[in-house]
Design a protein around this ligand. Structure first.
Ligand code: A2P
Length: 341
């Protein structure tokens, strides 16, 4: 019988870390023990998991002794420093940060799209950016059916993607503004309540943001096709949970909206919500707390021969982060891949 792994969650007190623990619990992940790691600020505090109260430990160089699987969501700098330390101590790392995603020795995995990439891992597996995950799960079956040549995407991203402090910032600013006080921006450069910021992560030399370039580069790597052209605009909107995306694709072979709906209704992890006459379409208020990715507003792009427009919504903390890392972890256990080089 397979040995149950000892699992550590680094960043266990954060927005994603807490959802990871919830997801491990809900899916009854076969862990021998779960260890919660965070900064010295929260060391000693308790987190409930199943019927236990787990005590948060401070993350340090010895945190991974005796650990088989570590799931990281404590920011890029922490992953960059501690993931190699964890691997050296014999632990397989599933990392939710941006630190390792484009490393050629690191598989970037969405289980519905490229589970086979896991086979070649060398200790670290990267979890893609949340906006990329929800897009590629929908694009992959369409790419298989008609070969996507070009993608144009604009995102409407929830504040929870920036962590717990950003969730609190939106809440505080809404209260401040509704009581005629000034909104005080701390996490974001401007007020996020009742506003939209066309600025996620830092600006790069090409005038795109790093978030936009993550969508461009990660899509190609996950889909295993570097010929797909991707153009992205990423926008932060005052929504707590659930990223939305307007996605336009051009394919080599024509796919009609009816065919696309049929293909997507069979696709793993996807729910089609598309009945305009009944006002049925995906929205963050429906997606929050759900595992699936929702797609609707599927219609022909009438300006080109083979084009489709669609609207894709998912819970960014769940499928966009916690659930995807737990699904990767489940595959590692099921396929006996919890081994380091
Ligand atoms: P802590 O709560 O102790 O600050 P979020 O994504 O919601 O901002 O959460 C970030 C997570 O990363 C939290 O669990 C946070 O722990 C953790 N974290 C941040 N900085 C460090 C650090 N220097 N060492 C360990 N964990 C950290």
């Amino acid at each position: 019988m397979m040995k149950k792994p000892v699992v550590a969650v680094a960043g266990a007190t954060g927005a994603v870390g807490r959802e990871m623990l919830k997801t491990l619990e809900q899916r009854n992940f076969p862990a021998k023990e779960v260890i919660c790691l965070a900064s010295s600020r929260s060391a000693g505090t308790g987190i409930s998991f199943k019927d236990q109260e787990l005590t948060v430990r401070e993350l340090g160089v010895n945190s991974f002794d005796g650990v088989d699987l570590a799931i990281f969501s404590a920011g890029g700098a922490i992953s960059e420093k501690y993931a190699p330390i964890a691997v050296k101590s014999g632990c397989v790392v599933v990392d939710n940060s941006n630190a390792w995603r484009m490393d050629k020795d690191v598989p970037l995995v969405v289980p519905e799209v490229n589970p086979e990439a896991l086979e070649k891992h060398r200790g670290i597996i990267a979890n893609p950016n949340c906006s990329t995950i929800q897009m590629v799960v929908v694009l992959k079956p369409l790419h298989d059916a008609g070969t996507i040549k070009r993608v144009i995407v604009s995102t409407y991203q929830a504040v929870s993607g920036s962590g717990q402090k950003a969730v609190e910032e939106l809440e505080t600013q809404v209260k401040q503004l509704l009581s005629m006080q000034e909104a005080e921006p701390k996490v974001y450069p401007y007020q996020i309540a009742f506003n939209c910021l066309p600025h996620i992560d830092v600006f790069l030399e090409n005038d795109y943001t790093r978030e936009e370039m993550k969508m461009v580069n990660e899509t190609k790597k996950i889909m295993g096709d570097y010929n797909i052209k991707v153009s992205a605009t990423t926008v932060r909107v005052p929504v707590f949970y659930g990223h939305s995306e307007s996605v336009n694709i051009e394919t080599e072979k024509k796919i009609t909206p009816r065919e696309a709906r049929a293909i997507l209704s069979q696709a793993p992890g996807v729910t089609v919500l598309d009945n305009p006459s009944e006002n049925i379409y995906p929205m963050p208020i429906f997606a929050a707390g759900e595992d699936d990715i929702f797609v609707g507003r599927i219609r022909e792009d009438e300006t080109i021969d083979n084009g489709l427009n669609m609207w894709i919504v998912a819970d960014n903390i769940r499928k966009g982060a916690a659930l995807n890392t737990v699904q990767i972890s489940e595959l590692l256990v099921a396929n006996n891949l919890l081994r380091t080089p």
